[in-house]
Design a protein around this ligand. Structure first.
Ligand code: CMC
Length: 438
C-alpha cells in the first residue's frame, strides 16, 4: 500500500470559491480499487468539514482483510475469491485466513481447530443468565444481552492492550457464539441446553447443539453440515458495513471486545442489514403466490410506499452479489438432499428474481439479489425458525468483526472515531426564566 503521493499528479486541488483558499490533497493508492483522497488536513488547512451522511464516499480506515468490487461483483478475503474459499475451504479455515492473513498449513490448522474447540463451552453461570429472558424473546435480543454480559464472565480477556488477552477473547467469541445461538433456540423451545461436542466440526457441532436432545442419539446430516458451513463462510466478513463499522467505532474508544461485538450484533439486527434474511421470508409469505408478484413489484417501485423488495439491492454491489449465486446453488443442494420437491417459496423466489431482473426500475438502479435473498429458504428447510435467521448471520460475522477489531487496535493511525456534523439547530440565544417565556 502506498502511503504518500508518488508524483504531483497524485493530488487533488480543492479551491474554496468564496475565500479563494486552495489546498492540495494527497491521493493514496491501495493494492487494488480506486484511490482515496486524504482529507485529514482539510479542517486545519481550510476550516472545512466534509458532509457525507451514510458514508457513501468516505473510507473510514485502511484494511487488508476484504476487498469488494461492487461493479464487477467481486469479493476477496485476503486476496482469495469468495467462490474458491467457499468451494474448497471450510469455515474455520476461512476464519484463520480472515484473522491472520494467510491460509493455514496443516499444523497451524490442527492447532487452530483445537484452540477454538477448547473454548466452545460457556461459563455455567451464563446458563442461568439465559433464564432471565422471556421464552418468546427475539434471539437477537438475547444475543445482545448474553454477548455483552460475557465481559462480566471472562475478566482475564478484556485488557485490549495485551495481545494475548485479545487473542483469547477472539477465540472465545468465535468458539462460544454457536453455543450462544443454539442455546437461544433451546431456551425458546423449553428444551435442555445441549453442550458442545468438540469431536465435531464447527458447523456440525452447531447443528448438534440446535437439534439434539438428551433423549435419543442425533446424527448430523453431512450435506446439511456442509451447507451450513458454506453459509457461514459466505457471511464471515464484508469490509466496512454498518455492523463492522459499529464494532470498530465502539472499539475505538477502548471498549472491551465483548461489548464491541454486542454492539455489532445490535447493528446487524436491522432489516436494512442482517435482519433482511428474516424479512425476505416474511415478504415471500406475504406475496404468497406468483400471481401477486406484479402487485408487490409495483409497491416496491412506489416512492410513497415504504415497501422494498427485501433481499434486493446493496450499497456496494451494483452487479450480482457473488455470495447470492453460491447461496442459490446451496439452496438447491439442501432441498435435493432433504427430498423437498417443488418448494413453493423457492419457486416464488426464483420467479420474483426473474421478473425483477427484467424490470426497468431494477435494471436502471442496478438492484440485484443479495446474500440474504436465498439464505432464509435454506435455513427454513433445515428446520431453523425464521426469527433465528439473523442470529446465524451474527454467528458467522463474528469472525469478520473480531478480525476488523484486532486490525483497528493494531493500526498505528488508530484514533477514537469521532465524526463531525453540519449543525442546523437554533443559533446562539439566551436563556429566559420561565415567567418570561411566551
Ligand atoms: N426495493 C426497491 N427499491 C430499492 C431497493 C429495494 N430493495 N433497494 C434500493 N432501491 C432503490 C431506492 O428506492 C433508490 O431509488 P431512487 O434512486 O429512485 O430513490 C435506489 O434504489 C438506491 O437506493 P438507496 O436506498 O439509495 O441505496 P442504499 O445503498 O442506501 O441502500 C440497501 C442499500 C441494501 C439498504 C437497500 O438496497 C435496501 O434497503 N435493500 C433491501 C434490504 C436488504 O436486502 N438488505 C440486505 C443488504 S445485503 C446484506 C447486509 O448488508 O446485511
Amino acid at each position: 500500500m502506498t502511503d504518500s503521493p508518488s508524483s504531483p499528479k497524485d493530488t487533488v486541488t480543492l479551491t474554496n470559491n468564496s475565500s479563494g483558499k486552495s489546498v492540495e490533497l494527497p491521493l493514496i493508492a491501495g493494492t487494488v480499487g480506486p484511490k482515496v483522497m486524504d482529507i485529514r488536513s482539510l479542517y486545519s488547512d481550510m476550516d472545512l468539514f466534509t458532509y457525507d451522511p451514510g458514508y457513501t464516499s468516505t473510507g473510514s480506515c485502511k484494511s487488508a482483510i476484504t476487498y469488494i468490487d461492487g461493479d464487477e461483483g467481486v469479493l476477496l478475503h485476503r486476496g482469495y475469491p469468495i467462490e474458491e474459499i467457499a468451494e474448497h475451504g471450510d469455515f474455520l479455515e476461512a476464519a484463520f485466513l480472515i484473522l491472520k492473513g494467510e491460509l493455514p498449513n496443516d499444523a497451524q490448522m490442527t492447532k487452530f481447530v483445537t484452540d477454538i474447540s477448547r473454548h466452545s463451552m460457556l461459563n455455567e453461570q451464563i446458563s442461568f443468565f439465559f433464564r432471565g429472558f422471556r421464552r418468546d424473546s427475539h434471539p437477537m435480543a438475547v444475543m445482545c444481552g448474553v454477548v455483552g454480559a460475557m465481559a462480566a464472565f471472562y475478566h482475564d480477556s478484556i485488557n485490549i492492550n495485551d495481545p494475548h488477552q485479545r487473542m483469547v477473547a477472539s477465540y472465545r467469541l468465535i468458539a462460544k457464539m454457536p453455543t450462544v445461538v443454539a442455546w437461544t433456540y433451546k431456551y425458546a423451545m423449553g428444551q435442555p441446553f445441549i453442550y458442545p461436542r468438540n469431536d465435531l466440526d464447527y458447523a456440525s457441532n452447531f447443528l448438534h447443539m440446535m437439534f439434539a436432545t438428551p433423549c435419543e442419539p442425533y446424527k448430523v446430516n453431512p450435506t446439511l453440515a456442509r451447507a451450513m458451513d458454506r453459509i457461514l463462510i459466505l457471511h464471515a466478513d464484508h469490509e466496512q458495513n454498518a455492523s463492522t463499522s459499529t464494532v470498530r467505532l465502539a472499539g475505538s474508544s477502548g471498549a472491551n471486545p465483548f461489548a464491541c461485538i454486542a454492539a455489532g450484533i445490535a447493528s446487524l439486527w436491522g432489516p436494512a442489514h442482517g435482519g433482511a434474511n428474516e424479512a425476505v421470508l416474511a415478504m415471500l409469505h406475504e406475496i404468497g403466490s406468483k400471481e401477486r408478484i406484479p402487485e408487490f413489484l409495483k409497491r416496491a417501485k412506489d416512492k410513497n410506499d415504504p415497501f422494498r423488495l427485501m433481499g434486493f439491492g446493496h450499497r456496494v454491489y451494483k452487479n450480482y452479489d457473488p455470495r447470492a449465486k453460491i447461496m442459490q446453488r446451496t439452496c438447491h443442494e439442501v432441498l435435493d438432499e432433504l427430498g423437498i420437491k417443488d418448494e413453493p417459496l423457492l419457486e416464488l423466489a426464483m420467479e420474483l428474481e426473474r421478473i425483477a431482473l427484467s424490470d426497468e426500475y431494477f435494471i436502471e438502479r442496478k438492484l440485484f439479489p443479495n446474500v440474504d435473498f436465498y439464505s432464509g429458504i435454506i435455513f427454513r428447510a433445515m428446520g431453523i425458525p425464521t426469527q433465528m435467521f439473523t442470529s446465524l448471520f451474527a454467528l458467522a460475522r463474528t469472525v469478520g468483526w473480531i478480525a476488523q477489531w484486532n486490525e483497528m487496535l493494531t493500526d498505528p493511525e488508530q484514533k477514537i472515531g469521532r465524526p463531525r456534523q453540519l449543525y442546523v439547530g437554533a443559533p446562539p440565544r439566551h436563556y429566559l426564566p420561565l415567567h418570561q417565556r411566551g
